[in-house]
Write a protein that binds this ligand. Sequence first.
Ligand SMILES: Cc1cc2nc3c(=O)[nH]c(=O)nc-3n(C[C@H](O)[C@H](O)[C@H](O)COP(=O)(O)OP(=O)(O)OC[C@H]3O[C@@H](n4cnc5c(N)ncnc54)[C@H](O)[C@@H]3O)c2cc1C
Length: 218
Amino acid sequence: MPVGTPYKKHRTFEGYDTIIIGSGIGGLTVAALLTKFGDKQVLVLERHYTAGGFTQSFTRPGYEWEVGARYIGQVLRPGSLASRLFYTVTNGEIRWATLGEVYDRVLLGDMTFDFVAGAERLLDAFYQAMPQARGRVEIAELSIPLSTVESTGYPQGGIYGLAHTPARFRDPLLHPQTPIGNLYLTGADISTADVVGAMVGGALTANVSLRINLLKAS
Ligand SMILES: Cc1cc2nc3c(=O)[nH]c(=O)nc-3n(C[C@H](O)[C@H](O)[C@H](O)COP(=O)(O)OP(=O)(O)OC[C@H]3O[C@@H](n4cnc5c(N)ncnc54)[C@H](O)[C@@H]3O)c2cc1C
């Protein structure tokens, strides 16, 4: 079935070894790994009109927005898990650009605050903008879920999927294998929230399905 075919018009899905429901980066990672290392015929079904889940972007005249992911760390570090995963699933086809020194800019009324790379440097920039805070900071933590709680008011970083609590990681159902034979879970919710976390979820599912360890560093 070619990419973009409306699946409601196709009632039979014969000839596939694996059907993946959802084309987020987790599902696409499983698809790529099963095809590449298992020689499987894989069908990816997506309910949206385009693939990619939270890695999509969309445009309006003069602007382009991401629906989710804006930046991904570690991809330029040779040998990192992120760079190895992307290299494997794309056959080295992706070219990355650095965000540069300033990766986000917040405008608060007349004030501009630049998010600079590196936790210590970010804290320095914060003290420069808010000198009165110097000496009053007890805990500094650079963390996406915590920032999400602060900036969106969603409890426990909810827009990033399941809350990152110890209970979540102990949940026996949040694993690739389910109690239903041949039904597997994947993506960020069986790993951790972010693009690389979802890809790790994809690799874990492919590991279980193919019975090989694709995450092992070579
Ligand atoms: C606002 C926001 C900002 C983010 N920023 C970053 C960032 O800067 N960097 C970063 O690394 N991560 C970021 N993330 C997190 C990251 O984007 C996600 O963790 C990751 O993309 C999740 O991938 P996934 O494959 O697990 O799930 P998803 O991307 O949610 O994919 C699931 C797919 O399944 C489809 N689907 C669901 N149900 C069905 C069904 N019944 N039938 C068919 N299809 C179905 C959905 O339409 C979707 O396409 C951000 C997330 C959000 C929400």
